[in-house]
Design a protein around this ligand. Structure first.
Ligand SMILES: [Cu+2]
Length: 171
């Protein structure tokens, strides 16, 4: 009796360990990334995207790219005078379970500071995003300076996200 339940406990533990790494990596999908650079003499740029999280809560904690001396996670906050300012979010962006998390104009974004070369329209920039659980995800980010802000679209997206969450295991 004793040895049987020990065996059951041991195999349950083994299954839990074996299953754990598989669950993480595929949980985060980066959708529709793009980057904007303000001009030929630009020294900085910003990237936007939708982070789809099909798994448990995670956190985007860092970003790197060879194209810039520094890549930071930024958001916009209103200062005491009501002026919107970009700030470096050192603790990163929490990505809730099942969420479609948008990095978008006027909000959270990936900031490229000190561009080594200034990418032009249509160039593709390699960006590595580091998540607390999902680890490093390498994303090809096309430069699209003509993209219009997606304020209206963003609302549609979040509605779609909620619908998806409710319908559950569909994808
Ligand atoms: Cu910024």
């Amino acid at each position: 009796m004793i040895s049987k339940s020990l065996f059951a406990a041991a195999s349950a533990a083994f299954l839990a360990i074996a299953a754990a790494p598989v669950a993480f990596a595929a949980d985060i999908t980066i959708v529709d990334p793009y980057m904007r650079v303000s001009g030929a003499m630009a020294t900085s740029g910003a990237a936007f995207m939708t982070i789809e999280n099909h798994g448990a809560e995670d956190r985007l904690i860092d970003a790197h790219s060879d194209i810039a001396q520094k890549v930071e996670l930024h958001t916009h906050l209103q200062d005491a005078n009501g002026v919107m300012k970009m700030v470096h979010v050192e603790e990163g962006f929490p990505i809730a379970a099942g969420e479609n998390h948008m990095l978008q104009r006027g909000g959270e974004h990936v900031m490229f500071l000190g561009l080594n070369t200034v990418p032009v329209q249509g160039d593709v920039v390699t960006l590595t995003l580091t998540f607390e659980k999902a680890g490093d995800i390498v994303v090809d980010v096309p430069v699209d300076n003509d993209r219009t802000p997606e304020m209206g679209k963003a609302m549609d997206h979040s509605k779609m996200g909620h619908g998806k969450m409710k319908s559950g295991t569909g994808n």
